[in-house]
Design a protein around this ligand. Structure first.
Ligand SMILES: *Cc1c(COP(=O)(O)O)cnc(C)c1O
Length: 384
């Protein structure tokens, strides 16, 4: 169905989803097939081998592209595969400028894998520092994540894009939109070239898939990036594609509830005497609250806070929560809590973590869609 003229909630339910022509099934079938029969050599219906394309995956790609306002989307086997495919589009000798406070796996890929293939990355605090102070003639990609992970800094996408556009050659501006989801932020509309998602998180929303996606405009970029993905092979299976497509149908409802709950919890934590500081883009005290208000439609469901005390205080608190599950990842319907220094960001060298401010008392929560009173009670009892 053409969904261009519909609003987000409608697009989320309908984009990419056509009744199956052979049976009328309203839901996209899981096309569990590796190959497709050809009536004569070289003639087919757009599908010849499932690494190259698969109809369930096509439906998912159409859906995510519509949500991001992109011409094209490529669904990936994970968010990291999306990052990897984009790195593969660079050449040895090229240079990347990345936000310093990026997802640990992104940082690890830049620092420990691509550095060995001649691609150097400079990490910069683009919330407080200027892109132009870090670029070189070889800079071919700018990597923005906003809100960042775990410090929830907000990067002004339009400002970075304006600076990147002045450069020659003009680098690709990529925005990791995993934390906001397209419901709250659409970076292509702000001038970015590529949007990356870990669909593992909010897009799927039910903590039962690892997946990724990249979205962009232009035929040339489509051919280049699809060629790379098809050559290296990081594709999601049809069942995973189907699960994410199913998850997306309730994205708008979920994001709204994640945010409502997060706002209330952030307010409660900010007033609590055992908490030193709360970072949530929706709080007036957040250093980039005004930018968040301008570039996002809402502030999301992630909250970071610093406990008063030390590592033992943090450990005690994390052992006492009952409803919040102590686990990595985020963006599912259930609430999660974690300790970035020991868990999600352990792959970041200790001195880099210290410089960023990822301390032993830093806690990150992914607020789920449960009843907020139950969530608040759980945090309060654990704070004691
Ligand atoms: C999880 C995550 C990734 C990596 O995605 P995977 O699906 O785990 O490979 C990238 N960016 C952000 C912001 C993430 O949270």
């Amino acid at each position: 169905m053409e969904t261009q003229n519909f609003k987000f909630e409608t697009v989320a339910v309908h984009a990419g989803v056509e009744p199956d022509p052979s049976t009328g099934a309203i839901m996209t079938p899981i096309f569990a097939t590796s190959t497709y029969v050809q009536p004569t050599p070289g003639q087919h219906k757009g599908y010849d081998y499932s690494r190259t394309a698969n109809p369930t995956r096509t439906a998912l790609e159409t859906s995510i592209a519509a949500l991001e306002g992109a011409q094209h989307c490529l669904a990936m086997s994970s968010g990291c595969t999306g990052t990897d495919v984009l790195c593969h589009s660079l050449n040895a000798g090229d240079h990347v400028v990345s936000v310093d406070d990026v997802y640990g796996g992104t940082s690890r890929l830049f620092r420990t894998v691509w550095s060995r293939h001649g691609i150097e990355t400079t990490f910069a605090d683009l919330a407080n520092q200027d892109l132009k102070d870090f670029v070189r003639p070889q800079t071919k990609m700018i990597w923005i994540e906003t809100p960042t992970n775990p410090l929830l800094k907000i990067i002004d996408i339009e400002r970075v894009v304006a600076q990147a556009k002045k450069l020659n050659p003009r680098p690709l501006v990529v925005v990791d939109n995993t934390f906001a989801s397209p419901y709250f932020q659409r970076p292509l509309e702000l001038g970015a070239d590529v949007v990356l998602h870990s669909t593992t998180k909010y897009l799927n929303g039910h903590s039962d898939v690892v997946g990724g996606a990249i979205c962009f405009n232009g035929k040339e970029l489509k051919e280049k990036l699809h060629h790379i993905q098809n050559s290296i092979g990081g594709v999601p299976g049809p069942f995973d594609a189907w699960l994410v497509l199913r998850g997306i149908k309730t994205l708008a409802l979920r994001m709204k509830r994640h945010e409502e709950n997060a706002k209330e919890i952030a307010d409660m934590l900010e007033k609590h005497p055992k908490i030193e500081r709360v970072l949530y883009p929706g709080l007036k005290s957040h250093p980039q609250h005004e930018i968040a208000k301008r570039q996002m439609g809402g502030f999301g469901g992630m909250i970071t806070f610093f406990l008063k005390g030390n590592l033992e205080t943090a450990r005690g608190f994390l052992e006492k929560v009952k409803l919040f599950s102590l686990a990595e990842s985020l963006g599912g319907v259930e609430s999660l809590i974690e300790h970035p220094a020991i868990m999600t960001h352990a792959s970041i060298p200790a001195e880099m973590r210290a410089k960023l401010g990822i301390s032993d008392t830093l806690i990150r929560i992914s607020v789920g869609i449960e009843n907020v009173e139950d969530l608040k009670k759980d945090l309060l009892q654990a704070l004691g």
